[in-house]
Design a protein around this ligand. Structure first.
Ligand code: SF4
Length: 211
């Protein structure tokens, strides 16, 4: 039997749509069950408005502890990549499709667990609200979960990667891989090639912004 949908974040959205009110309201969200095992909500961060908005999957272990997106190893890789292609991270709004950390215990470690489609859907009202205040010209989906949220349907990375596509949420969207996926490849065959591809795709984004 199919699992029932979660109530979703909609009823937790504040009337006032500005970063402070959104962030405060998200901390109270009970739109799905992920708040139960996470330390805190991890809301988006960056200037508003911003020309470029990056959307990841969900907070990781470091983000969950610190309460900010992309501050762990994947965030470091992302920052270096942005710097490498000449995109100022300070000018970019960064967020995740799902705002609470989903994990499972393995010994003493908390291991990332991919959010389900139900959880992505439950959390999408926050992403829509962020878009209202950020008003980006371009939305970059880092990985398939972000693309699923942005296009409003299950997508395959290979069908969308490297392309500019009008998104269900409004702005023009570009899809690339998630820095965590790259990190998992580090030191293995194909790492250099995948990393180069990631940089090339970020250069494409930069070129689109400056066109
Ligand atoms: S993951 Fe999203 S919808 Fe679920 S409780 Fe957290 S903020 Fe709400």
């Amino acid at each position: 039997m199919a699992a029932e949908a979660y109530p979703g974040a909609q009823e937790f959205l504040p009337r006032q749509r500005d970063p402070t009110h959104l962030r405060r309201a998200a901390a109270q969200c009970r739109g799905c069950d992920l708040y139960r095992s996470a330390t805190q909500v991890v809301f988006g961060n960056g200037p508003t408005p911003a020309e470029l908005m990056l959307v990841g999957e969900q907070p990781g272990d470091s983000e969950d502890r610190e309460g900010e997106p992309f501050v762990g190893p994947a965030g470091e890789l992302l920052s270096q990549a942005l710097e490498n292609v000449g995109i100022d991270r300070e000018q970019v709004y960064v967020t995740n499709a799902v705002k609470h950390f989903k994990w499972e215990a393995r010994g003493k470690r908390r291991i990332h667990k991919k959010p389900s489609l139900r959880e992505v859907r439950a959390c999408t009202p926050w992403l829509s609200a962020e878009l209202e205040v950020v008003q980006p010209r371009l939305l970059v989906c880092l990985g398939v979960t972000a693309a699923t949220a942005v296009f409003g349907k299950t997508v395959r990375l290979k069908d969308y990667r490297g392309l500019f596509t009008r998104s269900a949420l409004g702005p023009l969207a570009f899809v690339t891989t998630h820095p965590s996926a790259l990190l998992r490849m580090r030191g293995r065959d194909g790492w250099e090639q995948e990393h180069r591809r990631f940089l090339t795709e970020l250069k494409t984004v930069k070129a689109k912004l400056t066109a």
